[in-house]
Design a protein around this ligand. Structure first.
Ligand code: ARG
Length: 470
């Protein structure tokens, strides 16, 4: 074999000089892609088994490779693996160590594959595992929200539009609205998994290989649904990463909206809820402060996750087929997204059970702003008045309440009747806050019975998803 003057034993053959140190540092990805070590080893084990089946590796060579990769796993686990920046990335670090450990058989492992299909397979495996973990955490959060909703089916609070009192609702109903956002996120995640779960291994550099490889075998060994159809697409496709980051950006957007409400509700101005001291932080200067740092940080972290989506889209944009080194930039946004959403989901689902509603304050706030005026108009419609006329009459009643600085349910029946003679004693069943929420008693509405039924449906959906997915 001819001697190389480039220190990279894995691709230095055609090079007459070594890379500058600055070039090595700039092009290497080992600082972050070492996170793919487990997946890279799994891919190598499957590839080796397939190479043996098609007669490229002898039984003894396969055994050596399996032994060496096992040893490398242990070294990585025990943090004794000799990572080297000179070896550029996780793939070359592992392959080089394998050859050091087992000799020539290690050099045969790269037959019929390229780092291009290797890294595409590794990252799909990494995301597939991450998605399974995220599914569990998302479910936990949903269940903690639904549980809180079930203990608050009759807790009355103001429902807002334009951040102003609109109509009374139940706290449980509001919480179940949060669950709906997260439920759609869950389904988007499952949907992304379908397209992600295809195996690019065997695409090699871009055009496949001249060896009679069995791509179905490696795909099955790695528990993918099928091998990817096209070798060029296989090495260049990062759509699954975009879909995952897009799911994540929307999830964080939802968590940010929810956080915003928690922050508002915890303020002295709203005073609707409290969360335990153990989930709040203080101020180094103002002794009285109990700050909602967790929801605020989650609101803030939504920025970086959305940023990761934009980074990844921009990495892909303008890349001609097939693999380009640009793709090395896919990893950090993906890793950061996985880590950010997992930690956000975990802390959120631990915080939610600690949310204590201030029931009196919510009720009092719901009574401000004549929020049962629509109920009164609807009552008049049931008494035979056209909606527009009912709206007009109730407008007059609200104006009087404003003038008297009172609420419409505190006005005497005789005065109400002077606005519309169809009003009777039973009006008080619907214009009180309790009457109002109780009357909104259809599928998807806010009455305590409907909220309990909706919570049960939500739980059932989550339970059944275990079997079927969305
Ligand atoms: N470290 C590279 C990446 O993350 C691996 C593939 C390198 N392939 C190549 N042709 N340079 O994408």
């Amino acid at each position: 074999m001819s001697k190389t003057t480039n220190s990279n034993k894995l691709w230095g053959g055609r090079f007459k000089e070594d890379n500058e140190a600055i070039v090595k540092r700039f092009t290497s990805s080992i600082q972050f892609d070492h996170k793919l070590a487990t997946q890279d080893i799994m891919v190598s084990l499957a590839h080796a088994q397939m190479l043996h089946k098609i007669g490229i590796l002898k039984e003894s060579e396969l055994k050596k490779i399996n032994f060496g990769l096992e040893k490398i796993s242990e070294e990585i686990e025990s943090k004794t693996f000799p990572w080297s920046e000179d070896l550029e990335d996780v793939h070359m670090n592992i392959e080089s160590r394998l050859t050091d450990l087992i000799g020539i058989a290690g050099k045969k492992l790269h037959t019929a594959r390229s780092r291009n299909d290797q890294v595409a397979t590794d990252i799909r495996l990494y995301l597939r595992e991450a998605i399974e973990e995220i599914k569990i955490e998302l479910r936990k959060l949903q269940i903690s929200i639904i549980t809180l909703a079930r203990s608050n089916t009759s807790t009355i609070m103001p429902g807002l539009t334009h951040l102003q009192a609109a109509q009374p609702i139940t706290f449980g109903h509001h919480l179940l609205a949060w669950n709906e956002m997260l439920d759609r996120d869950y389904c988007r995640l499952v949907d992304c998994l379908h397209r992600l779960n295809e195996c690019p291994l065997g695409s090699a550099a871009l055009a496949g290989t001249s060896f009679p490889i069995d791509r179905h075998m490696t795909s099955e060994l790695l528990r993918f649904n099928k091998p990817t159809e096209n070798s060029m697409d296989g090495v260049s496709d990062r759509d699954f990463g975009v879909e995952f980051c897009s799911f994540s950006a929307l999830l964080m957007t939802h968590l940010s909206r929810i956080s915003e409400e928690i922050i508002l509700w915890m303020s002295q101005q709203f005073d609707f809820i409290s969360i335990p001291d153990s989930f709040c932080t203080g101020s180094s200067i103002m002794p009285q402060k109990k700050n909602p740092d967790i929801p605020e940080l989650i609101r803030g972290k939504s920025g970086r996750v959305t940023g990761n989506l934009i980074s990844l889209l921009t990495v892909i944009k303008s890349q001609p087929l097939a693999y380009n080194k640009d793709n090395q930039e896919d990893k950090e946004p993906i890793f950061d997204t996985v880590e950010t959403i997992l930690s956000s989901l975990r802390i959120f689902s631990q915080m939610v059970p600690g949310i204590k509603p201030n029931i009196e304050k919510m009720f009092e706030s719901a009574s401000i702003g004549h929020s049962t005026a629509t109920d009164l108009a609807e009552y008049l419609v049931r008494k035979g008045i056209a909606f527009r006329d009912a709206h007009q009459a109730v407008g007059g009643i609200v104006a009087l309440a404003v003038e008297r600085n009172t609420s419409i349910d505190k006005i005497e029946l005789s005065v109400l009747q002077s606005f519309c003679s169809n009003i009777q004693e039973d009006v008080f069943d619907v214009i009180t806050l309790e009457g109002s929420v109780k009357s909104r008693n259809h599928f998807g509405a806010t009455s305590p019975d409907q909220v309990e039924a909706a919570a049960q449906r939500a739980l059932k959906r989550i339970e059944e998803r275990g079997k079927e997915d969305c």
